[in-house]
Design a protein around this ligand. Structure first.
Ligand SMILES: [Zn+2]
Length: 274
């Protein structure tokens, strides 16, 4: 039996028998690991709970050829409190986690991915909702694709190589691994269209504000979110069905009256303040 101490993100937790939990982890040293955390439901008061979305240091007791390992010694490192506080940020996190759970294989070490996930969670935890919902998820899908080796080029047409116009926009074509300009597409698939303002937003650096005061209709935001998710799904060879995105769609529709105006995602792209 190998005993390994590692940092881990808890992607999913399910109750298991009387007092234990089944936990799905993304670990810094060993990639995706599934295991059983025994007795965690009976923890004494004051002990950290095992909760989806937290980062912890823990010990994995593993046996070769086994899919479920034993998880013990869980010490909380970060709860990402800003995410736990609201449904919308939790929905962004859960959409990212669903992508990871569906696309990552077991036992693939990816320290760079672990750091990327940690930055994503810290980012949305510490950012005002109107600046990250749902733009942080778009950035997540784009960077996830890049780290896994199938990143799309949003600057030049994958057909003719000409720069993509930020007025005309472009079309994200999965099988081309990037975007095509209008001239390179005889038929223009509406589902793949990236408006110029979206292209501009996607090109902006993640740590900088994008174009100020950009608004998109809610249905455009929903479509772009699914387009970027399906791009990852296509290249990872999985079905583009994501339960978390159905919930996100409901939140986008439901929130229009509170911090979005007239059904538009107002200043959700680049605004620094709410
Ligand atoms: Zn072209």
């Amino acid at each position: 039996m190998a005993v390994r101490k590692t940092d881990a993100l808890i992607l999913k937790v399910l109750p298991y028998r009387e007092s234990s939990c089944l936990v799905y982890l993304f670990t810094k040293q060993h990639g995706l690991v599934n295991g059983i955390a025994k007795g965690v439901k009976r923890k004494k008061s004051g002990s950290p709970p095992v909760e989806r979305g937290m980062r912890a240091e823990l010990i994995v007791y593993s046996k070769p050829q086994r899919e479920l390992h034993t998880i013990a010694g869980i010490q909380t490192l970060d709860m990402y409190e800003g995410i736990r506080a609201g449904l919308e940020k939790s929905a962004l996190r859960d959409a990212a986690f669903e992508m990871v759970l569906k696309t990552m294989k077991h036992s693939e070490p990816h320290a760079d991915l672990f750091d990327f996930f940690d930055r994503f969670l810290s980012g949305i935890s510490g950012t005002p909702l109107c600046s990250c919902f749902p733009r942080a998820l778009w950035r997540f899908y784009i960077d996830y694709a890049r780290i896994l080796g199938f990143g799309a080029n949003f600057f030049n047409c994958a057909g003719c190589g000409k720069p993509l116009d930020t007025i005309a926009g472009g079309y994200l074509i999965h099988e081309k691994g990037g975007c095509l300009c209008e001239q390179c597409l005889p038929q223009k698939p509406a589902a793949s269209y990236l408006p110029g303002a979206v292209l501009e937003h996607i090109r902006s650096q993640p740590d900088r504000a994008g174009p100020a005061s950009v608004s998109f209709p809610v249905n455009t935001v929903q479509r772009i979110t699914r387009l970027l998710a399906s791009y990852c799904a296509y290249h990872c060879d999985i079905r583009p069905d994501f339960n978390s995105l159905d919930f996100l769609d409901d939140l986008l529709k439901g929130q229009c009256s509170s911090f979005y105006r007239e059904g538009m995602i107002h200043q959700a792209f680049g605004a620094r303040e709410c």
